[in-house]
Design a protein around this ligand. Sequence first.
Ligand code: HAM
Length: 450
Amino acid sequence: MASFLKTYVLFFDRCQVKYIYTGRIKGDDSQEENMAETINSVRGMRDILPRETKIWQIVEREAFNVIEEFGFEEIRVPVVEELRLFQRSVGSFTDIVQKEMYVFKDKGDRLLALRPEATASVVRAYLQHQLHAKKRVTRLYYSGPMFRYDRPQKGRYRQFYQIGAEIFGGESPYFDAELIVILSRILNRLKVSHYSFEINSVGCDRCKIEYSNILQKFLILRANELCQDCQTRLRHNVLRVLDCKVVSCRDIIKDVPSIQQILCDGCKKHQQTIYNCLMNHNIQFIENSHLVRGLDYYTMTVFELKINGEETAVAGGGRYNNLVKDLGGPHTPAAGFAIGMDRLCDLVAPETKEGIEILVFFLGDKALQQGTILINNSRIEGIKLILDYNERSLKNHLKVADREEAKHVLILGDDELVENCFLYRNMKDGSQKHIKFDQFSNFLKGLKNV
Ligand code: HAM
């Protein structure tokens, strides 16, 4: 079947999005030709399999618990937003917007993007639903997939997951500190201990401009030695030069004047209060005066959570006092963080305590019909009763149980039905016993308490 689907190939030239209509989707005919070929996941987008999702569930549970204990409420925002939302928030000259966004036009000719992060969406929702009119301080959290067309490698994916938290309406440095305390608590609950925070201030509006000018003057003298990207940053977004990973740029960056030297009294006091608060909480941190982060909206505090000895951050965040206003709302100081779930889950050991699973087999139709009802009506929290409806002999059922390394097996056949009981087999020691139907719930409760 010929394809009538149309595709647009998008690419960016700075911030101008160009479209080329390429007619039919090329791969469509080959699909018809080679139906037997298996299809793998898209580069940079992976499946998270049951062995891993067990850890993800633990991490999500602990993170949501801690965040909720601090009074945050969940918000769910769409994965697709208007492109201009990210241009106006993350920044048109950031790598994320210039190089890493998945952008497309929908059938209504709207220019849309898969979200590369969620802070912009949460601010959009905060304004769209006038949440600012309801509470003086609003604490929101979210989780879900984000999309960045980055170079895939371990810990860096094109679809990755974040859990994030944002506070709106809080000017005090104690709000910034609260976010770091939350992150620290989440890691402690997950028994991850070898981490610390890197913290910096990118300054208030005035300090940011003053420092950008100083930086520009310093870097312009060595502009020829900077990489192509940094030469553009020098003109449009000079602070981003500090984040460049190119070796020749890093060499120049190590000599740049520190922002700490020019911070105003207000910025200094803000930063010192955070430091005091973290020290009082015994939270380890270092001041990194080159830390600027890859998003344009930050003012004053920026921070990253790193595992000792590693380059990549497990979480990052900071204060963004202008973003709500820049997106059309009232002046609202705000701050937040996002945890990279893919990276955090890699650090967490699986739970050692296994849950109880009982494999249930039936011998014959009658046993299957009556047994499923009996079992489903007896289920209790904390015990998995896994029913195998396939027809097999008792011998073959037990072979399956062995292969699947089942610890507990329950069998129901004609003989057991007549006796109103199940046959229970402990696969570990081979012992067997009959359990009357009316005793089954008690038996399960007993197993749970062993
Ligand atoms: P971000 O630093 O871009 O900040 O991302 C936060 C975390 O997401 C990173 O520290 C990292 O763990 C994870 N992450 C980022 N990119 C990838 C990737 N390609 N693959 C795997 N993990 C990744 C933000 O997104 C801000 N919205 C944080 C924030 C919230 N600031 C204020 N409020």
